[in-house]
Design a protein around this ligand. Structure first.
Ligand SMILES: CC(C)(COP(=O)(O)OP(=O)(O)OC[C@H]1O[C@@H](n2cnc3c(N)ncnc32)[C@H](O)[C@@H]1OP(=O)(O)O)[C@@H](O)C(=O)NCCC(=O)NCCS
Length: 159
């Protein structure tokens, strides 16, 4: 059920844009809360500036602060998703879907024909998102992730 705050101030529709150098700090913040091994602000600055990387940011409304991001490394005609995350308190509202849909459309527009990624087997939210957008499993790396030793699934989407 929606909170009173959400009913009074409903979230604005997702807006997706290219990431800018100034987004590096907020993106590092989102990443650090989403993953065991976060990347620093410097690493995001480097990636956003990297010629082979495509980086997009989703916000609520066109002038909103970044609520999520996705990065792909492109060696046409293939691309690999390096990372995707939505802010913890904004998940489950369609931001990830809008973000990845836009990202894949931009990749397709520049001639990418296949997108790959790795995802932990038990990551239900990410798997739902990827399957919704047409990714299929093409491989498995046993005990890939440290700690629990969970398997990594290799997914692929052909455009
Ligand atoms: C994966 C992630 C980016 C999804 O972002 P999001 O904004 O919450 O996703 P959306 O609200 O757009 O939902 C996308 C789909 O996932 C489903 N979904 C969302 N959260 C879910 C959950 N906890 N369990 C199962 N399905 C879930 C939605 O129902 C939707 O599918 P549908 O359209 O078929 O109903 C977000 O959960 C996240 O940042 N996770 C932590 C980082 C991470 O694991 N990244 C992926 C690494 S490979």
């Amino acid at each position: 059920m929606k909170s009173l705050l959400e009913r009074l101030f409903p979230p604005r529709p997702p807006a997706v844009r290219d990431a800018l150098a100034a987004d590096a700090g907020p993106l590092a913040h989102i990443q650090a809360r989403a993953f065991r091994h976060g990347w620093g602000r410097d690493e995001f600055e480097r990636l956003i500036a990297e010629r082979a990387v495509r980086a997009h940011v989703v916000s609520e409304g066109p002038r909103g602060a970044p609520m999520g991001f996705v990065l792909s490394h492109v060696v046409a005609p293939e691309a690999e998703i390096l990372s995707i995350a939505v802010r913890t308190d904004r998940r489950g509202r369609g931001l990830g879907l809008a973000l990845l849909r836009h990202h894949l459309a931009r990749l397709a527009a520049e001639g990418v024909t296949t997108s790959f990624l790795e995802v932990e087997e038990g990551n239900a939210a990410a798997l739902a998102l990827y399957r919704r957008l047409g990714y299929i499993q093409v491989g498995r790396r046993k005990g890939y992730y440290a700690g629990g030793g969970a398997d990594a699934l290799l997914l692929r989407r052909d455009f």
